[in-house]
Design a binder for this molecule. Structure first.
Ligand SMILES: [Zn+2]
Length: 76
């Protein structure tokens, strides 16, 4: 069986040899999220994207703006 690591969640779209675009949904398992597609015998395992090398912190001198900050509250 093939194993593919994906950074998307929860729906994984992939193409079968016959051209079909198939969507499978990751399920919570011990050790993480994964799903096996019976159609192509591929196991998809969710792997959180590597964190950015650049830290994104709120600036103390700029007015607060809505943004995508690394505040640790976006764990999903
Ligand atoms: Zn498949």
């Amino acid at each position: 069986m093939r194993t593919v690591y994906v950074a998307e969640y929860p729906a994984i779209q992939h193409r079968h040899d016959n051209g079909d675009i198939v969507t499978v949904r990751l399920k919570r398992r011990a050790g993480g999220f994964r799903v096996t597609c019976q159609g192509c015998s591929t196991e998809f395992i969710y792997r959180k994207p590597a964190p950015s090398a650049i830290s994104h912190f709120k600036s103390p001198i700029l007015p607060p703006i809505k943004g995508n900050w690394d505040s640790g509250d976006d764990d999903h």
